[in-house]
Design a protein around this ligand. Structure first.
Ligand code: CUA
Length: 263
């Protein structure tokens, strides 16, 4: 059989294209390590999301090394948390579920794009190499304010990332001459111990205390304050831990004024 030269050429081009298409699809499926969204996340009762340990306090948790879990709850018309911060060079496992209707969780400019169906937990693993800022949006129509449903994902340099928090509790008022206590709670969300220093600044006094906070734990620090050193009046104070601070104002009253018996 004699095949015309042009026909041979077209046959050859067609074969190349077919092989090319198959190669592209194969590479896309296995090459860049993109996992298809699956049902590993399992099911969840949308009415009891707050009782589920993954979603009772949604946000970032440190697993180990450079691996983090991020749980997100979608609801009309926002994400909780609205802003997510993870470090660069990390592997992040997202778990997303919905409290009400079907939404999506789409990280603009990445291949993260999943439907978020009430009763289901969408799960995906993403590697973030470089610092950057990404918008998160919902692209499943979910009601009147669908177009306003958005969030933010920050990938920050590794040395700028930690999961330290500081909360304080202290009386607003103390009588001159009495001691009072400013209590701070330092939380460490990383999966290893945090050795750091808590610093109280009040008036012109600075008090430092070393504290070791266990991984995924918190530690209380108590600062004794002698009001005689401060004198009467309002004294702003802050407790600082690793760049995080919390504070308030302590009013020292003279023994005769105020004096509503809390001494
Ligand atoms: Cu949520 Cu559209």
């Amino acid at each position: 059989m004699n095949i015309h030269t042009y026909e041979k050429a077209w046959l050859a081009i067609a074969m190349v294209l077919i092989v090319g298409f198959i190669a592209t699809i194969t590479y896309g499926a296995v090459g860049p390590g993109i996992a298809m969204i699956d049902d590993d996340g399992g099911t969840i009762d949308p009415d009891t999301i707050n009782d589920d340990e993954r979603f009772s306090d949604p946000g970032v948790t440190h697993v180990s090394g450079n691996e983090y879990n991020v749980s997100v709850v979608a609801q009309a018309w926002s994400y909780t948390p609205g802003e997510i911060t993870v470090p660069a060079n990390s592997t992040v496992n997202f778990h997303v579920t919905s409290r009400d209707v079907t939404h999506s969780f789409t990280v603009v400019g990445t291949n993260v794009n999943t439907m978020v169906v009430p009763g289901q937990v969408s799960q995906m693993t993403v590697e973030f190499d470089e610092p950057g800022e990404y918008g998160i949006l919902c692209n499943e129509y979910c009601g009147e304010y669908h177009h306003t449903m958005e969030g933010k994902l920050n990938v920050v340099p590794e040395d700028e990332f930690d999961l330290t928090e500081v909360d304080t509790e202290a009386p607003d008022e103390a009588q001159l001459g009495n001691e009072t206590t400013i209590n701070a709670t330092v939380s460490n969300g990383m999966n290893y111990d945090l050795e750091t220093t808590a610093t109280l600044e009040i008036g012109d006094q600075t008090v430092e205390q070393d504290v070791t906070v266990p991984g995924h734990g918190s530690e209380a620090v108590a600062f004794e304050v002698d009001t005689a050193d401060l004198g009467t009046g309002d004294h702003d104070w802050t407790v600082t831990v690793d760049g995080y601070e919390d504070g308030d104002t302590l009013t020292v009253t003279s023994a005769t004024e105020g004096g509503d018996g809390d001494a």
